[in-house]
Design a protein around this ligand. Structure first.
Ligand SMILES: Nc1ncnc2c1ncn2[C@@H]1O[C@H](COP(=O)(O)OP(=O)(O)OP(=O)(O)O)[C@@H](O)[C@H]1O
Length: 629
């Protein structure tokens, strides 16, 4: 994120009610801490024997103390010491916590474990009890209180750092750095700490509010700041001594503690909001959504399960909107199997996610028509979607909850949507696992996802889709992670689901051979657009489809000939050229292709193509492999 963008996010956060309150309170506290001792320092120290222990008056709005000193001025002047000590204690506490939390990853294993155990024990003690314990160790006084509060808060921060580090240490970039031989310390400093910085800052800000209260508590108990210095805790104690004579004497320091504590906590909330809603603010900053190009309308077929017209998926970015899906139109009819092919990044998965209502904010989905089972998708209830639309993802390990048994996860669909009892739903889950050929289904249903093989998990995922009455199964690269034999089983299972359940299939794959074997029609996507929609056995007209078909390798490919490749790369979604996105890689491209984007137009029965110069000559949309089979 650029500095300018970061700045605009903060401005947006400060405009919210919580952000505005926190900014005002923090500004007041900081200004008072800097200015009050300079302006009112002498007045607050001035002893007036004629005004000892007075109640509120025009001259002394909060009264005076036992030496006739003005309590309002003393409260204002005490801001610097109270805030300064709280911030210092927090800084030491957070620093110690970060060191304690990160040491286990650089120490030898046994020492690290010992440290973790010590931190765990320390966390179990109440913070104030620890502070009192350390106050006794470090001695009564300001220095002792700072160290006591700092060390009392350190274990909680150490624990937080350990948890946050553990959450990032499993990421691929950490593994990659490890494999590249990056040392532990460097790994920590370069890869772990920068990635846990934001939540740490948020917690530290909120922690400053707590240490302010803790400091006031220690001073109130007489083991914090000592005379002649004074902070809000000491003023509170003195005020409380005379509470029956002048009740307002305790009010000024009490209000100051509450307001400053509130300021810290609200600042923490605002920082958390900025960290959390950065994307929403980015969306506002990205400006209005780009208008999709008008698409030729027309009513979808009467038996259409899914009707998509001019679908656009956009994401806000630092330089404006990125539109990885740019006006996709297609129809899936009841029981039909359609394959979506295209190179990586062509928008296949986003199209599938958009039609399953799975694009999350800040992503924005728009369409002239997006209907599922004859109804606008936006108005379909969760129950309708949950039972009529099944999703099969590439990696079923991430689609199943690893902590729950497979049968229970399948049964949940029927418990929620069909109102079945737990026992009935489980019986149905076993039945569906049997239907998808999971051996010993009753036993397997009681196992966890990690106890299943990859192919079995994928079949169980299809079984989960069958728990409802699926009208459409969307399978996004369902066989990519599987070996060829298991791949065939899964494809056969999808085909059987189509036969037995009458479900339509939308199969996304980068493998044109897989699509040819399974589907009736094939949508070819390039740079966020459908460039050709053709029957799988039909003649490919778009140069891109022809190039894709030509690159297909199978057992019949002549190994003496060099493999076909498509030169160049597809454009990134934010760098799509004005004309045909394929023009730069197309041998037939003309000047028109570089300036005018071709529209997807009918090119025969059940065939549409978006090309200004569709080549003639037969190149079957059936893969070589299928042709050979
Ligand atoms: N959340 C996102 N924010 C911004 N861009 C995104 C987001 N998700 C995907 N994209 C971009 O959208 C483009 C299309 O992504 P998509 O996953 O649909 O491609 P795909 O055709 O399914 O590719 P693959 O075969 O690799 O899965 C990619 O360039 C990707 O970087």
């Amino acid at each position: 994120m650029t500095a300018r963008r970061r700045g605009s996010v903060w401005v947006a956060a400060v405009r919210t009610p919580v952000g505005a309150c926190s900014a005002v309170l923090l500004a007041v506290v900081v200004v008072l801490a800097v200015v009050a001792p300079l302006v009112w320092g002498d007045g607050a120290a001035a002893i007036d024997t004629d005004a000892i222990g007075q109640g509120p008056s025009g001259a002394h709005p909060f009264g005076t103390d036992s030496l006739g000193r003005d309590l309002l001025l003393r409260t204002l002047v005490a801001t610097r010491l109270s805030i300064g000590l709280a911030v210092l204690a927090t800084a030491i506490g957070v620093g110690t916590g970060v060191v304690l939390g990160t040491l286990p990853s650089v120490l030898p294993r046994w020492a690290g474990r010992l440290l973790i155990a010590a931190v765990d024990i320390a966390v179990a003690f109440p913070g104030l009890l620890l502070a009192l314990f350390f106050a006794v160790i470090f001695g009564v006084g300001t220095q002792g209180a700072v160290l006591a509060i700092a060390f009392a808060m350190a274990p909680a921060f150490a624990r937080l750092v350990q948890t946050l580090s553990a959450s990032v240490s499993g990421r691929d970039y950490i593994a990659a750095a490890r494999i590249a031989g990056v040392g532990r310390l460097r790994l920590l400093a370069r890869h772990v700490l920068p990635n846990i910085g934001e939540p740490l800052v948020v917690n530290a800000t909120i922690g400053a509010g707590s240490s302010l209260l803790a400091f006031a508590g220690l001073s109130f108990l007489g083991i914090g700041v000592q005379a002649p210095d004074y902070d809000w805790g000491r003023l509170l104690r003195e005020g409380l001594d005379g509470i029956y004579v002048s009740p307002v004497a305790a009010l000024a320091p009490a209000a100051a503690v509450v307001l400053a504590g509130l300021a810290f906590n609200l600042v923490g909330e605002t920082v958390a909001a900025v960290v959390g809603v950065r994307t929403r603010a980015t969306r506002r900053a990205a400006g209005p959504l780009p208008a999709p190009r008008p698409a030729p309308g027309g009513e979808p077929a009467a038996d259409a399960v899914l009707a998509v017209e001019n679908l656009q998926v956009a994401f806000p970015g630092p330089g404006g909107w990125t539109v990885p899906v740019r006006g996709v139109s297609f129809t899936v009819r009841a029981g039909e199997a359609i394959g979506v092919v295209g190179e990586s990044g062509s928008g296949k998965s986003l199209t599938a996610l958009a039609v399953s209502r799975l694009i999350e904010a800040p992503g924005v989905v728009t369409a002239d028509r997006l209907e599922f089972a004859g109804k606008p998708l936006a108005s379909a209830t969760d129950r309708e979607l949950g039972t009529a639309l099944a999703m099969v993802f590439q990696d079923p390990m991430t689609s199943f909850n690893p902590a729950r048994r497979v049968g229970g996860q399948l049964a949940e669909v029927s418990e929620r949507h069909h109102g079945l009892s737990r026992r009935q739903a489980f019986a149905r889950a076993v039945e569906k696992l049997t239907a998808v050929r999971v051996p010993a289904a009753a036993r397997r249903a009681r196992q966890y996802p990690h106890e299943f093989s990859g192919g079995m998990r994928q079949r169980a995922m299809i079984g989960m889709g069958l728990m409802g009455e699926p009208k459409l199964v969307i399978a996004d690269e369902p066989t990519t992670a599987l070996d060829v034999t298991v791949q065939r089983q899964v494809l056969r299972l999808l085909a059987r689901t189509r036969e037995t359940e009458g479900a339509a299939i939308l199969l996304i794959s980068h493998d044109i051979a897989v699509v040819s074997q399974t589907c009736d029609r094939m949508l070819v996507m390039y740079a966020g657009r459908v460039v050709e929609d053709l029957p799988t056995g039909g003649e490919a007209r778009h140069p891109y489809t022809r190039a894709l078909l030509a690159t297909t390798v199978d057992l019949g490919t002549d190994r003496d000939e060099p493999l076909e490749v498509i030169p160049g790369r597809p454009p990134a979604p934010d760098q799509v050229p004005p004309g045909c996105a394929f023009a730069d890689r197309c041998p037939l491209a003309s000047e028109r292709c570089r300036t005018e984007d071709p529209v997807l137009e009918p090119a025969g029965a059940g065939h549409r193509v978006a090309c200004w110069h569709p080549p003639a000559g037969v190149l079957s949309g059936q893969s070589h492999e299928e042709g050979a089979a």
